[in-house]
Design a protein around this ligand. Sequence first.
Ligand code: BT5
Length: 275
Amino acid sequence: MLGNFTPEDISYALDTRIIGKKIIYYHSLKSTNDTAKSEAIRGTVEGTVVIAGEQTAGKGRLNRAWYSPKGNIALSVILYPDRKYLPSLIMLASLAVIRSIKQLTGLQAQIKWPNDVLIGEKKVAGILIENRVLGNKLDYAVMGIGVNVNHGAVIFPDLAGVATSLAEELGKTISLIEVVRKILFEMDGLYRLLLEGGSVFKEWRDNLVNLGRRVYLQTDEAILEGLAESVARDGGLMVRGKDGILLKVVSGDVLFHCYDFNPPSRTIRRGIDDH
Ligand code: BT5
């Protein structure tokens, strides 16, 4: 059972073509991403969803921990797209989450580059994409999504002021199954859009909270301060440093961002490419 429903309840009349055709449910799992990677290596069908009632060793990026108690969502989706779609997967996953939150609760979530979903300034969901490339070919991609549905800062005291949940924002608990089904439905639509030659870039960019703000970024090499001017189509954040040089940051964390930046007189571009 998953709360008060079964995995069949998720798939019953689920109006998707690729994602959710097979659903594997565990009451408790270390990490849905790890199990999904094993399933992918075994060659499970594309769109398989691994979902857990709780995770005991949920993972964030760079081996950081992701708290994932009962009452929240932890799921991973297995895909076998062409390698060229890889940069779009993080966009797709975060968009599916914010669309679902908006439709089910009316709450306006936003994306903090590269992979946090925020309500206000607090994190309500995180995304971890893992993949394996063999030769030139993408062997698999696993899109892991954690959403704080019914538990947030109240049960993660060390994340007080940093994390929230849908229930905390709404002041009432919310049906897990509805949120899971909606996310799978939105992911399926966005994934098919990509495969049909469409793009998720513009909607993703327009939902980023960072653009036009001063950011402090932790990259692999250093801490960088500058103006987040735009994003590239591959998801890289374009940051104008104090020295005026525009840098593309492809991975890192925005440590914090400020509203009070006085932009220089030139226009801030919303994106490198508007398509
Ligand atoms: C992420 O990493 O935000 C990616 C989280 C992905 C979780 C999903 S759940 C299903 C799948 N299976 C897995 O094992 N993982 C994926 P990152 O940007 O590195 O953020 C991690 C940081 O977020 C931690 O260091 C904490 O500060 C914070 N954090 C941890 N748990 C949280 C929670 N439940 N809510 C909000 N913030 C949290």
